[in-house]
Design a protein around this ligand. Structure first.
Ligand code: ADP
Length: 799
């Protein structure tokens, strides 16, 4: 704009010079005429025709002189007006630049709003925005003042035009007047254009300010909301879990009545903001005040959400051995998100990751539970894990059941978990809760089902329906029948072929008891549910057939918050399906960390993360290591084994490859490293002999590592062979083999390596497709929700 104005000024100057030249010519002619006049008068030629001509010339000269004066003044006026317009244009250019700046800062502010950081940083942003807003407002005011002053300019232009039109100009100067009029017209146009641009910019400014105000108030509103929810962390549900634990604590400590507790719990489930506000306003003060204000709010209400209590031996990340742990937190969170009140009861292991529990504290109450003819005290700890309310039971029993520095593998595991199952039910019973669903998992908490119906229902604690999930039929929890009596079960009553007696030997079987005594029985994938109805049932197939109406397979999901490559804090670089550069960076980082060769970035890396037990196909894992070496790839195994021979065998393999910079075996449990391996690997092997569901293949896909799996159980429900033309291309996501032998695995690996090296573009598309598959808990949690609701409805119908 500035450049255009300069060009205009140049043009005017040139025209002015041309005008000046014409004036000069006229002046020269005038002086020549004057000289002639003088000469003539000296020579007495007054009556000659020359004299007549001279008179005419003289008259012309006078007119010309007047014209010149007129033009001179007009030219000065035009120059002055032009200068004003020049200034106006400069102002407009400034306004334009600051509008651009305002726009870009506005966009940045909006982007910032999307990724709000910690609260303090956040307020800083709001303050900066307010400053910017003030500066902008000042600029607009200034622009408005300039526009006001432009009335002077407009007046001057009008006068100029009028005087040019009215001017009584000699015939010699008509063309000059035209020229001047054109000039004034040009100046006038420029003035109008500049003026209207300034007006529209001011309008834009005002619009931006309104938008700015809106954004700012949204930011402030959001900030307040977040500060309410986030005062302890980033999970909104965390707050509700804390409130829920607080209420239960009061109830157990007999500070509030059962009915009040139920109403308050219902308010928690509905996320009643009054409860939240009361809790936050009394934060840090006496519990008593919070309790009083809560009680004032407890009003009767109705509910459609369920109260679900999971009783389990594991929960990720606080006490994790395998997939069971992931299911408890993943399913729990998904159900909580759907509006149900979910709580978890776990043993308080001495080896659990206490740092993963927030607000861990012991309640001022001891819950007594029965065991081997005596009553034992249990300390009850509460805290939140992944935003879920968790109870940890610490038995005050001389055997120190959960202070063994490991989760499982003790000689008295049967006793430890029979004790825990009884204590967990006792906790629910004594808290007076009317839970809708008690969901127990695997043999360790299978005792809950017969205990509930044979012991607790007789005490009037019978509002719940029992759901039992068997995560692996390999582990059934068997013992001599008499051991059932430890937790208060009636041996005679239960040691029968249609109840708890094992189908093939004289012992009792905890999983069988749960199948018989639960209202709902599930396992973790549809294919595995089929497999266990025959040999996969490990002796329980007949029992499952008898109870087939209440038995179904629901494929597990994965916790997509924990397993998310675009937010994973363990990774060197976060990435997503659209940007695979980050994946390459993680591969390079892992190679460096594990001292693997890094000369060829595209050398394929095969990962494997597993418990090293027979089920996982240990001989095939061993074969995959050698096969990868043969195919020119790199192999990283992260695994540990509870079986000493297997652990030793793999230590031997690790030693063997110690100096090979393409193979690494890390024989331990390491959660952080597992994330890095998922992110770094190109392929992931899961050659299981049987696999109830399997989570690693799903996690691997989410991290862009293509699975190579044996077609069994949940692997069959989640991995579909890339070369299988009988299934639609969209669902093909990995490489599978059927026979659990080395040839089967080798051929699947060869196909994968071939595709990887020969068709990099096809491979890339496969990786991107795998990363976008929805393995979240949403669908599976809906299936659980559905069967829970049906069971509860049936119960209500017969009540
Ligand atoms: P399972 O429950 O039979 O062990 P799953 O595939 O269902 O097998 O779940 C295994 C879970 O345990 C996954 O989250 C996997 O990442 C994790 N995991 C297994 N072994 C290790 C290990 N050595 N270090 C870290 N995480 C492991």
């Amino acid at each position: 704009m500035h450049r255009v104005a300069m060009e205009h000024a140049d043009k005017i100057l040139k025209e002015k010079e041309a005008l000046q030249r014409k004036i000069n010519i006229l002046e020269t002619r005038l002086s020549e005429t004057n000289a002639q006049h003088k000469l003539s008068s000296e020579g007495n030629v007054s009556d000659s025709p020359l004299l007549l001509e001279f008179d005419v010339l003289k008259e012309d000269n006078i007119l010309l002189k007047e014209d010149i004066e007129f033009f001179k003044t007009k030219l000065i006026e035009i120059a002055e007006t032009e200068e004003g317009i020049f200034k106006l244009e400069k102002e407009r250019a400034l306004l334009d630049a600051s509008l651009r700046e305002l726009e870009s800062r506005f966009i940045a502010a909006q982007a910032n709003m999307m990724k709000l950081g910690p609260r303090d940083a956040w307020w800083e942003k709001v303050e900066k925005l307010e400053d910017l807003l003030e500066t902008t407002a000042n600029q607009v005011e200034h622009a408005a003042v300039i526009l006001d002053h432009n009335h002077d300019l407009q007046d001057r232009l009008d006068n100029l035009e009028a005087s040019l039109q009215a001017a009584n100009i000699s015939k010699f100067s008509c063309s000059l007047v035209d020229l001047l009029q054109q000039k004034v017209k040009l100046v006038e146009d420029r003035f109008q254009a500049c003026n209207s641009e300034m007006h529209s910019q001011i309008e834009l400014y005002e619009h931006s300010i309104v938008e700015f105000h809106d954004t700012l108030s949204k930011l402030i509103e959001e900030s307040e909301k977040r500060s309410l929810e986030n005062f302890t962390g980033n999970m909104p549900s965390e707050l509700w879990s804390k409130i829920s634990l607080l209420i239960d604590g009061w109830l157990l400590e007999k500070k509030i009545a059962y009915n009040d507790a139920s109403m308050l719990r219902e308010m928690v489930r509905k996320r009643d903001s009054r409860l939240r506000e009361a809790y936050l306003s009394y934060r840090g003060t006496e519990n008593r005040d919070v309790m009083d204000s809560f009680l004032k709010m407890a009003l009767p209400g109705t509910s459609s959400g369920l109260h679900i209590a999971h009783i389990a031996a594991e929960m990720a990340p606080v006490a994790k051995v395998g997939g069971l742990a992931d299911v408890i937190s993943g399913l729990g969170k998904a159900l909580q998100k759907k509006g149900h009140l979910v709580e978890i009861i776990l043993p308080k292991y001495d080896c659990m990751q206490v740092d993963q529990v927030s607000n861990l504290k012991v309640l001022d109450v001891l819950v007594q539970s029965y065991f081997e003819g005596n009553m034992f005290n249990n300390k009850i700890w509460t805290g939140t894990v992944e935003g879920l309310p968790v109870y940890f039971i610490e038995p005050q029993h001389p055997a120190m059941f959960f202070s063994r520095a490991q989760y499982y593998g003790e000689h008295d595991d049967f006793k430890r978990f029979a004790y825990f199952s009884r204590a967990a039910l006792e906790l629910l019973y004594q808290s007076g809760k009317k839970v809708d669903i008690i969901h127990c998992h695997d043999w360790q908490t299978a005792f809950v089902a017969p205990l509930y119906w044979d012991v607790y229902a007789n005490l009037g604690f019978n509002s719940a329906r029992i759901c039992f999930t068997c995560h692996n039929f390999e582990y059934q929890g068997t013992a001599p029948a008499r051991d059932l009596a430890w937790c208060g079960l009636d041996v005679e009553h239960l040691d029968r072929p249609d109840r708890m007696r094992d189908n093939s030997h004289g012992r009792i079987n905890a999983v069988k008891g749960a199948i018989v005594y639960s209202n709902i029985v599930t396992t973790v994938s549809p294919t595995y549910a089929l497999e266990v109805r025959s040999e996969g049932g490990r002796g329980l197939q007949d029992t499952l057939k008898v109870h087939s109406r209440k038995f179904l397979g629901i494929l597990n999901g994965i916790d997509t918050d924990t397993w998310n490559p675009s937010t994973d804090r363990y990774l060197k670089v976060q990435y997503n399906a659209k940007d695979l550069q980050g994946k390459a960076a993680n591969k390079a980082a892992l190679r460096e960390q594990l001292n693997l060769a890094s000369a060829y970035p595209s050398q394929p890396l095969v990962g494997c993360i597993t418990r090293l037990v027979a089920q996982k196909g240990v001989h095939l894992i061993r074969h995959a290591i050698y096969k990868t070496a043969e195919l020119g790839g790199q192999f990283v195994l992260l695994g540990s084994s509870p079986v000493p021979e297997i652990q030793r065998e793999f230590e031997g393999i690790a030693d063997h490859f110690q100096n090979n910079n393409n193979i690494r075996l890390i024989l331990k449990y390491d959660d952080a490293l597992s994330h890095c391996i998922y992110a770094a690997s190109d392929m992931f092997i899961v050659p299981s002999i049987f696999e109830p569901c399997g989570l690693t293949q799903m996690i691997a896909m989410r991290y862009g590592s293509v699975p190579i799996v044996r077609k069994t159980g949940g692997l069959n429900d989640s991995v579909f062979d890339f070369d299988d033309e009988t299934i639609p291309m969209e669902v093909r996501n990995g490489f599978t083999f059927v026979k659990a032998d080395e040839q089967g695995l080798s051929s699947a690996m060869e196909r994968a390596f071939n595709c990887y090296t020969r068709k990099p573009e096809v491979w890339k598309q496969l990786v991107q497709k795998d990363m976008t598959i929805d393995f979240s808990w949403d669908t599976s949690a809906s299936q659980y929700e559905d069967i829970y609701q049906k069971a509860v409805a049936r119960a209500r119908a017969v009540a």
